[in-house]
Write a protein that binds this ligand. Structure first.
Ligand SMILES: [Zn+2]
Length: 403
């Protein structure tokens, strides 16, 4: 059971408010009477909530041109500039921040190098970054509704706690609290794959699917899970560590301390280690120091490079098939920098998915390759804040507290 931090009356009011706001976001411009019809709320309740949303500048009235019966109907729409949010993607070397309006349109962007990985130094860098972004965008600080931050690792989003970060080597860092103290605005943190999945759910291919999975490949291999339209995060926020499912117990050493994790075959470092070994054996025509160089070799017809991607694709496909067999999703979206390998990776992956997914389940499944850039990761983090604004507190409690 999730305990309810609000009283019952306040909770009902908050649910009704988010219901009305979401209907306006998804179906606006829309008349008050139509909102009442779609939600089953009384016209008086819809009027009261609308008045409150208009007062907060989140919603505006819009007159329509057609007025067959005299008075033109007044419709409600979201005011995209009624507030602004900031999304940050924190990587090993830099923080990329984007400010968006309420429709997640990016209006300003800034990047800050992260040189020192101590939590207090990172918080200081992020505070500077946000101050620069606010001054560049020209908005007033009070128009900022919140900051969303996505990074790799096991994150307890409900408690705002970074439980484990493989790249920063942090353990139980209360990052949300530290940032909120400095920024004096609401802060939400989540695993970066979850923030990207959130963006898929709102703006991308997740809009049409209720059960979908985002698999990201690149520096690591991550996964975001949406079941019945809601995030699945697990008991402590750690669900989705697909990269550390073991593919071969005798395989290469992984950063997590185990051997043969999926990441060691498909992640950037894994691919480069295999390229280095192929170079020693004389199986590849040149050294590859970056994933881009390895892709260039494959594109130039180097059989050693092509073989590395073929093997990675085959292994990735088996993991995707396992996901399809366990969760029967409508859609699996493959995303992240690793998609740069293109068909060298995906042709063998598709073949492997076909081979290992149960015949009945494969008919339900659509696989989509969605190469998102850094902006999308930051925009995804911004939707963390937007979802707090729009989503019903009931679902919020369920998705964050895990049941
Ligand atoms: Zn591992």
């Amino acid at each position: 059971m999730t305990t309810n931090p609000l009283g019952n009356r306040d909770l009902i009011r908050a649910i009704n408010r988010s219901t009305v706001l979401t209907i306006i976001k998804n179906h606006g411009p829309i008349a008050r009477a139509e909102i009442a019809r779609q939600t089953g709320l009384s016209p008086a309740t819809v009027s009261a909530i609308s008045a409150e949303l208009i007062l907060q500048n989140l919603v505006v009235e819009k007159e329509t041109g057609d007025s067959k019966s005299g008075r033109p109907p007044i419709l409600l729409v979201i005011n995209p500039h009624g507030g602004f949010v900031i999304g940050i993607k924190l990587t090993e070397t830099q923080a990329i921040a984007a400010m968006t309006d309420l429709e997640a349109v990016v209006i300003a962007k800034q990047i800050e190098p992260i040189l020192d990985h101590a939590p207090a130094s990172v918080v200081k860098s992020l505070t500077n970054l946000i101050a620069r972004l606010i001054s560049e965008s020209g908005i007033f600080k009070k128009q900022l509704l919140g900051v969303g931050l996505g990074m790799a690792g096991i994150i307890d989003a409900r408690r705002g706690l970074l439980r484990e970060s493989p790249i920063y080597h942090w353990h139980d860092v209360p990052l949300r609290e530290m940032l909120q103290k400095q920024l004096k605005t609401l802060v939400y943190i989540d695993n970066d794959v979850n923030t990207l999945t959130q963006a898929e759910k709102w703006f991308g291919s997740g809009q049409v699917a209720n059960n979908f999975i985002t698999v990201t490949i690149g520096r690591g291999v991550g996964m975001g899970i949406v079941v019945n339209g809601q995030f699945y995060r697990g008991a402590g926020g750690g669900a989705g560590e697909l990269g550390h499912t073991v593919v071969d117990p005798d395989g290469p050493m992984c950063e997590c301390g185990k051997r043969g994790c999926l990441e060691t075959f498909v992640g950037d470092l894994g691919l480069l280690n295999q390229a280095a070994e192929a170079w020693k054996r004389g199986d590849i025509s040149a050294e590859a120091h970056t994933p881009e160089e390895l892709v260039a070799l494959a594109n130039a017809g180097d059989m050693g490079a092509i073989e590395i991607f073929r093997k990675a694709g085959e292994i990735l496909g088996r993991s995707v098939a396992n996901l399809a067999n366990v969760l029967n999703p409508e859609r699996i979206i493959i995303s992240g920098e690793g998609t740069r390998a293109g068909l060298w990776l995906f042709n063998p992956m598709f073949e492997s998915v076909r081979q290992y997914t149960l015949a009945t389940l494969i008919n339900d499944l659509e696989i989509k390759i969605d190469p998102w850039g850094d902006d999308a990761w930051a925009r995804g983090a911004a939707t963390l804040v937007l979802s707090e604004l729009f989503e019903s507190p009931v679902y919020r409690g369920m998705s964050k507290a895990g049941g």
